[in-house]
Design a protein around this ligand. Structure first.
Ligand code: PLP
Length: 328
């Protein structure tokens, strides 16, 4: 392993494609908007966690793990992709999911079950509060468990998104640079990595996270966590760089009624992108982030001279689980 690199296992198809959203941009009457299709990473119907898991599970294999443990909400995309990655690497997988076992198994949860992982229902604890006890039990049973952090957002997961900025740079050498990259931010690893990669590649673009969850992780504001993760990731891979609060642009105007509560903002974004471009968004993350982008264009916060990249982070399997909440 050389400076600035980490071991990796291949779990998806990269680079993910970039498309210009011509109909959608015209309809909005704003700037040119393009989309980076991380919903097409291939692993278990795709998503941004594939990038993180390629490096995190390489670390798990290096440590001789035989069992992967992670946590999330009932409809966690991170858990679904972790379950799929574990299956591919022939590791056992335990998921600690918030809520109670629903009577109707659908969306991501259906896929978790198809991938054959063991599910522990954690009630109010959707951010991994119960992991420690499960890890202890696995160890007592002679297993070697490896915990993938909430959302895959540690230094290794963030590094994967710094690498994603290098991928983007190679795809866009002969075109106008993007002024903004807009995406859904939740556990912060994606944003931390993009901020770091923005600096490494000198892309000089605004990295705009749309906060989709008003609950804080461990009582610490998300923007502070992101800044800390940027700094720690730079240190972890041994690169220099000075980062301040100014580097963390986190827009919390669109959290609405909270995590996973679908309203008009999400429904409009989902139907508009589907009907103009035939691309599907999800109700919890990308629908909210695109709803935010639509609003920023309409309000003039992002204007016609800008050149915007929307980073599609996946999540589409959750559409089916939210069928009754969408206004169509
Ligand atoms: C996890 C996730 C995000 C947020 O990424 P973080 O690195 O956790 O901030 C965004 N969109 C989708 C679909 C996700 O599953």
């Amino acid at each position: 392993m050389s400076k600035g690199s980490l071991d990796k296992v291949s779990l998806g198809f990269f680079p993910t494609p970039i498309e210009k959203l011509t109909n959608f941009s015209n309809k909005l009457g704003g700037p040119q908007i393009s989309i980076k299709r991380d919903d097409l990473t291939g692993l278990a119907l795709g998503g941004n966690k594939t990038r993180k898991l390629e490096y995190i599970l390489a670390d798990a294999l290096n440590q001789g793990a035989d069992t992967i443990v992670t946590a999330g909400a009932t409809q966690s995309n991170h858990c679904r992709q972790t379950a799929a990655a574990a299956a591919k690497l022939q590791l056992a997988c335990h998921l600690v999911l918030g809520g109670e076992e629903p009577t109707n198994v659908n969306g991501n949860l259906l896929l978790d079950k198809i991938y054959g992982c063991q599910i522990h229902w954690a009630g109010q604890h959707r951010k991994g509060e119960d992991i420690e006890g499960i890890v202890e039990r696995l160890k007592s049973a002679g297993k070697n468990p490896y915990v993938v952090p909430y959302g895959g957002s540690n230094e290794i997961g963030a590094f994967a998104f710094a690498e994603a900025m290098k991928e983007l740079q190679l795809q866009t050498t002969d075109q106008e640079p993007y002024t903004h990259i807009v995406f859904a931010s939740s556990s912060g690893g994606t944003q931390a990595g993009l901020i770091l990669g923005n600096k490494i590649t000198d892309a000089n673009c605004q990295i705009v996270g749309i906060n989709i969850d008003k609950d804080e992780i461990n009582q610490c504001a998300l923007d502070e966590q992101i800044l800390r993760l940027v700094k720690n990731t730079a240190k972890y891979i041994g690169i220099d760089g000075h980062f301040t609060e100014k580097d963390v642009i986190l827009n919390s105007n669109y959290v609405g009624a909270g995590y996973g509560v679908v309203g008009e903002l999400e429904s409009e974004a989902i139907t508009m992108l589907a009907r103009q471009e035939s691309i599907l968004l999800d109700p919890v993350y990308t629908g909210r982030a695109m709803g935010g982008l639509i609003h920023m264009v309409r309000s003039g916060e992002i204007n016609a001279n800008d050149n915007v990249l929307f980073w599609h982070t996946g999540g589409t399997p959750a559409l089916f689980a939210y069928a009754n909440e969408l206004s169509l």
